[in-house]
Design a protein around this ligand. Structure first.
Ligand SMILES: [Zn+2]
Length: 60
């Protein structure tokens, strides 16, 4: 479960599939369409499934 940094909506993997582009992994909030960055956890074995976490919000 992730929390959108824009509207604070709690988002599950069922409604927001993670996507990847040249800038990294992210999900799009289904409510406000904001792009929320995700970080892939380091894997011991490259064959392990990718685990994603939501990095703490950056204050600007
Ligand atoms: Zn949102």
């Amino acid at each position: 479960m992730w929390i959108c940094a824009g509207c604070r909506m709690m988002v599950t993997l069922q409604v927001a599939l993670p996507e990847m582009d040249e800038e990294g992994v992210y999900f799009i909030c289904p409510v406000c369409r904001r792009r929320n960055p995700l970080a892939a956890l380091p894997r011991k074995d490259p064959d392990d499934p990718l685990e994603l976490e939501q990095p703490p919000p950056v204050r600007r």
